[in-house]
Design a protein. Structure first.
Length: 193
């Protein structure tokens, strides 16, 4: 039996895994729209998110304090795909989307949507940084936009989100994904230098 979160994670992974697979080794030092990370660091961060949110799905604690270093470890692209599939499976388990998570003590559905948001937004970061095409699924964007709207004030205080960016032309013609990127402090028009 699956639940909405696992279905959304599966949809998001079908679009994010190809982006990670498409990262060439000579792009790993390039900047990303996520200013504190270059491509290598952002892949490591996203990999860590994917692994840790598997534990959170099972109501176990996750360790976000360790420095992530997955890139360069064997076939890390295939490893990311495998861990992302494991993330989907973890959130498909009965009860994963119920109750509260480990040390985060947050409602499980919201935590699942946090993982969904990272997978979606960071795939865009990586695609932009490495010159790849990326279009997230509209249903995923809708779920993440709602969840991140709720989380944004706390996420900004914790330094997880930057200040919300204004949209060009007052948001006229902006997509929901543009709004999501701006909400997280990103410039939807960001281009590689």
């Amino acid at each position: 039996m699956t639940n909405a979160i696992s279905d959304l994670l599966r949809t998001a992974s079908e679009r994010s895994v190809p982006v990670v697979r498409g990262i060439a080794d000579d792009r790993l030092g390039d900047p990303t729209p996520c200013a504190e990370y270059d491509v290598r660091q952002l892949v490591d961060h996203l990999y860590q998110v994917v692994v840790n949110f598997q534990a959170l799905a099972t109501k176990k604690d996750a360790d976000f304090s360790r420095e992530a270093a997955f890139v360069g470890q064997g076939d890390w692209r295939a490893g990311f795909a495998e861990e992302t599939a494991a993330l989907v499976d973890a959130w498909a388990a009965p009860g994963a989307d119920q109750g509260v998570t480990g040390q985060m003590s947050m409602p499980a559905p919201l935590v699942g949507r946090m993982a969904l948001g990272d997978l979606t937004v960071h795939a865009w970061d990586l695609a932009r940084a490495t010159g790849q095409e990326y279009t997230p699924d509209a249903s995923v964007v809708g779920e993440v936009l709602e969840a991140f709207g709720e989380l944004a004030p706390t996420a900004r205080k914790m330094g997880v989100f930057g200040e919300e960016r204004p949209l060009p032309d007052g948001g006229e013609g902006a997509t929901d994904f543009d709004r999501l990127l701006a909400l997280t402090g990103r410039d939807p028009q960001w281009q590689r230098p």
